[in-house]
Design a protein around this ligand. Sequence first.
Ligand SMILES: Cc1cc2nc3c(=O)[nH]c(=O)nc-3n(C[C@H](O)[C@H](O)[C@H](O)COP(=O)(O)O)c2cc1C
Length: 188
Amino acid sequence: MRVKHYTKRDFPVAKIRRFLEPGPIVLVSSCWRGRTNIMTHGWHTVMEFTPSLIGSIISDDSHSFEMIRRSRECVINIPTVDLATKVVGIGNTTGADIDKFEVFGLTAAPAVKVKAPLVDECYANFECRIADARLVTKYNFFIFEVVKAHVATAPRFPQTIHYRGDGIFMISGTNTRQYRRLFRPEML
Ligand SMILES: Cc1cc2nc3c(=O)[nH]c(=O)nc-3n(C[C@H](O)[C@H](O)[C@H](O)COP(=O)(O)O)c2cc1C
């Protein structure tokens, strides 16, 4: 494949997230004092293999923030494109006002290791406990350890949705093994 040369322009630094964000949009579910909630979430990052650590920015304006900070737990759920309308609706509303499982017709299934429920309709569910809360006050940055994972047996590559900003989702698509042989085995 020919390597491209791009013509570039200055770009507002506050908007560069559009290029870095596209991990899958997830739904973060929580439970505190018998009440459950769900938020739509894009600002997450893998931090370590073992223990399995995920970093996550959760706004202190959200209802989820205190639920997760106090319970020290959540579930990271991976929705697929068939749930996109609900994903946007969950991001547009707050659990301070409504029961999002009820309003969006989603099933709260019991988790194994945490009290927060799994969103059963999602392709995968990762049960998490807070591993380190030292950056929560300064950056709203939670470091979670995934303590249990549930992943659908098929399809192998789900159609996850990835946020590009400005109301645009990229739907995961083409997969290729074409470059696999170039990897050092330990990097696979
Ligand atoms: C595509 C998308 C991605 C979002 N990503 C985040 C995020 O990473 N962190 C965050 O705090 N809020 C994020 N939000 C906003 C929350 O989902 C929104 O504030 C939600 O209403 C919070 O719900 P809650 O008040 O019930 O916790 C996102 C919303 C959308 C639509």
